[in-house]
Design a protein around this ligand. Sequence first.
Ligand code: PLP
Length: 291
Amino acid sequence: MSTPGVLVLIDEPRHGHPDRPLRRVPADEPHILVTDLGITRGDGVFETVGIAAGRPQALDAHLARLARSATLLELPPPDLGVFRAATLEVADALAAAPSSWCKLVLTRGPEGADRATGWAYGEVSRDWPERTDGIAVVTLTRGYASDVTTSAPWLLQGAKSLSYALNRAALREAQRRGADDVVFTSTDGYVLEGPTSTVVLRLGGELVTPPVEAGILPGTTQADAFELLAARGAATRTRPVRVAELADADALWLMSSTRLAAPVRELDGRLVAVDVRLTADINDALAARTS
Ligand code: PLP
């Protein structure tokens, strides 16, 4: 059996400052009620924060996105100070590992209880050979047009909700097609995001990523990568990307907090060039972040 991770329960985050908001508890014992709406309906939000030698990475951005997702789901605003403290406690307990992660969860709470459920759970990271080996990716439609956030906001596109069954189903479809991962596309022909990652392309000398207005998450890893690359003189741009432009990209990555930048070596069965040096530079810089 694998070693249990580190679990900190966050009590009643919706009520601000209870006497004892954080409680470290054994991670291999039950703590969540079976009536919790996060479990029975996937009604809640989450974040996964990378940790480098005990230092959470992009924590401010993750907390801001947790609050943004809570707003989109009309959950009471999470107490970000308490979630920050919980993340730091988990990170501290995992500080001996060079690389770990912490998942923050906020649910609507047990049915009828009028109190949210929150926790922070962390583990040591696995190795990520994909950073150097690259990944094979297929494009799959998400079934929505790129104006979904305004035409149908109740579909919650752009919120990091707990309802990730669809994202997992898309990954299984990719595996059935012999691939490792997915680039979602919109019905009107735009590139969106991966099921757990942000898409970055190099197009005409620019690093390009699609905008959140297309109904995607603001990626914290992509944002930091763009900042690091811009500081080194690279041109970066956020703009709508047509699916047809994927064929023109001379490099392509899926970026996320734990895997960091995974270079795409095959897209819909077609080989894509991998810029080994730039990928290693991006990953070294991302892994070295201390905040
Ligand atoms: N898009 C989706 C749907 C995700 O689930 C994630 C992360 O899990 C990302 C993008 C990338 O976000 P981040 O770089 O903050 O991990």
